[in-house]
Design a protein around this ligand. Structure first.
Ligand SMILES: Cc1cc2nc3c(=O)[nH]c(=O)nc-3n(C[C@H](O)[C@H](O)[C@H](O)COP(=O)(O)OP(=O)(O)OC[C@H]3O[C@@H](n4cnc5c(N)ncnc54)[C@H](O)[C@@H]3O)c2cc1C
Length: 397
C-alpha cells in the first residue's frame, strides 16, 4: 500500500488527464484533483494545426473524455510548490495539499521576439502569432481567412503543418528557418520528400543561416536586418518552452525541463510526464520528446510509479511513435529520429509516395531502428514492432 489518499495533477491536458485515467485504471480510489490554467476542459492538440486550422474538423471534436471520478479545476494556475508542506500554491493564494503529485504542465510556444523562458500568454502578442492552444487555433483560422500572404518562421513539423493548412486555403505561403527544413528530425530522404511536396503545392521554403527575427510591423527579417518575407500574416513556429517557472525555488531539479528518471520519478511522491519533462538520453544528455505518444506513455509510467507499482514500460524502453500530416503526406514514424543511412523499402515505393520504410539503428548502442509509413495505413504498434526488430547490428529484417 502506498498510503496516498490525495493526488494532485498539475496540467489538465494529454499527460495530466492520461495520468489521472491511469491512476484510476490501476485501482487508485482516493481523491484526484486535476488543475489546469486554461479556461477550457481538457483537449488534444494535434488536430489544431491540421483539421481545426483548415476548418475540416470542428473545434469541439478536440475535447478529451473526462477521466473517471476526478475533480477537474480549470482556469486555475499553480504558481508554486511547497514541498515541506506538500502543497501546490494556486494563484488565488489557496494551498492545495497532496500526498502524491503529478507534474504535467507541458510547454508553451517559443517566441522569436522575446528571450526564451520569459514569454507568457496567448498566441498573439509582441507582434507575434503562435499556435499552441485551442484559442490560438481558432484565432489563427480567423486571421488566415483575412490574409492573402502568409509567412511562417520555423520549418519544423508545426511550421510546415501550418504552411500546409494555409496553402490548402489558397494563401501564398513562405516558410523560413535557420536550418534546412526537417533535416535534423527526418533525415535527408524524408525531408526531401516533404520539401518536394511543399514545392508542388507552391510553398516557398528557404533557409536563413544567420537566424530569423520579426520586426515591429510583423515582417520576417534575417538577424542582420535583410528582408526575408513580408506578409499579411506572420506566424512563428519556433519550438516550445517547458512550463517550469512555478517550480522555481521548490528544489525540483530542472535541466531543460523537469528532470525524471526512466520511471518518471522526480522526488519522493512526485512524478512528471509529457512535454514538461527532460530525461537522460542514451548519450547521457538531457533530452525532451515533446510528442503526443510520449505524453501518454509517460503518463502511464508516472501513474504506476506514484502508486509504488512496477511500470509496464520505462521511458526509452519502447521506440517513440510520432506522426505528421502535410502537403498530402501522412507520415507515421516509430523509433530513432533522424534515421541514418538508406532504408529498406518493405512495401510500396518512395517515388509514388506510398511506402513502408525501415532503417536499422545508427550505432552499436542503438536498441531500435526506425520504421516509417508514408501514405500507408500502418498501425503504430506494427511500426513500433518493426523498429524494435531492427537494432543497429541487423541490416535487414
Ligand atoms: C498545434 C500542435 C500540433 C501537434 N501535433 C502533433 C502531432 O501531429 N503528433 C504528435 O505526436 N504530437 C503533436 N503535438 C504535440 C502534442 O500535442 C504534445 O506533445 C502534447 O500536447 C503534450 O501534452 P502535455 O499534457 O504534456 O502538455 P500540454 O498539452 O502542453 O498541456 C499542459 C497543460 O498544462 C497547463 N499549465 C501549464 N502551466 C500551468 C500551471 N502553472 N498551472 C496550471 N496549469 C498549467 C497548460 O496550459 C496546458 O493546458 C502537437 C502540438 C501542438 C501544439
Amino acid at each position: 500500500m502506498t498510503g496516498l489518499e490525495r493526488i494532485v495533477v498539475v496540467g489538465a491536458s494529454q499527460a495530466g488527464c492520461g495520468a489521472a485515467s491511469a491512476l484510476r485504471g490501476l485501482g487508485f480510489d482516493g481523491e484526484i484533483t486535476v488543475i489546469g490554467d486554461e479556461p477550457h476542459r481538457p483537449y488534444t492538440r494535434p488536430p489544431l494545426s491540421k483539421g481545426v486550422l483548415t476548418g475540416i474538423e470542428p473545434e469541439h471534436s478536440v475535447f478529451l473524455p473526462a477521466p473517471d471520478d476526478v475533480r477537474l479545476r480549470t482556469g486555475v494556475t499553480a504558481v508554486g510548490l511547497d514541498r515541506e508542506k506538500s502543497a501546490v500554491e494556486l494563484a488565488d493564494g489557496e494551498h492545495l495539499p497532496y500526498d502524491g503529485l503529478v507534474i504535467a504542465t507541458g510547454a508553451r510556444a517559443r517566441r522569436l521576439g522575446t528571450a526564451v523562458g520569459t514569454a507568457v500568454g496567448t498566441g498573439v502578442g509582441n507582434g507575434e502569432t503562435t499556435l499552441r492552444g485551442l484559442d490560438d487555433a481558432v484565432g489563427l483560422r480567423g486571421r488566415l481567412a483575412d490574409s492573402r500572404d502568409v509567412a511562417v518562421a520555423g520549418a519544423g513539423f508545426l511550421g510546415l503543418e501550418i504552411a500546409s493548412a494555409a496553402v490548402g486555403l489558397g494563401k501564398a505561403v513562405t516558410v523560413v528557418d535557420q536550418f534546412p527544413a526537417l533535416l535534423g528530425r527526418l533525415g535527408p530522404l524524408l525531408a526531401d520528400l516533404v520539401l518536394a511536396a511543399a514545392a508542388e503545392h507552391g510553398v516557398r521554403v528557404s533557409v536563413a543561416p544567420a537566424g530569423v527575427r520579426i520586426d515591429r510591423s510583423g515582417r520576417l527579417l534575417t538577424t542582420d536586418g535583410a528582408l526575408l518575407a513580408e506578409a499579411d500574416l506572420v506566424v512563428t513556429a519556433a519550438g516550445d518552452v517547458p512550463n517550469t517557472e512555478w517550480l522555481h525555488g521548490s528544489g525540483i531539479r530542472l535541466d531543460g525541463g523537469v528532470v525524471i528518471d526512466n520511471a518518471c520519478r522526480v522526488a519522493p511522491n512526485i512524478v512528471a510526464a509529457g512535454d514538461v519533462v527532460s530525461a537522460p538520453g542514451r548519450d547521457g544528455r538531457m533530452t525532451r520528446s515533446p510528442h503526443w505518444w510520449s505524453a501518454l506513455s509517460q503518463a502511464k509510467i508516472a501513474a504506476a510509479t506514484l502508486l509504488g507499482r512496477e511500470p509496464a514500460d520505462l521511458v526509452g524502453g519502447t521506440p517513440p511513435f510520432f506522426w505528421t500530416e502535410m502537403f498530402g503526406l501522412k507520415i507515421r514514424m516509430a523509433g530513432r529520429l533522424p534515421p541514418v543511412g538508406e532504408p529498406t523499402v518493405l512495401d510500396g515505393s518512395i517515388a509514388q509516395r506510398r511506402a513502408l520504410l525501415l532503417w536499422p539503428g545508427a550505432g552499436p548502442g542503438d536498441a531500435f531502428g526506425t520504421a516509417v509509413s508514408v501514405n500507408l495505413p500502418i498501425s503504430a504498434p506494427k511500426l513500433t514492432r518493426l523498429a524494435q526488430r531492427s537494432p543497429a547490428h541487423q541490416r535487414t529484417l
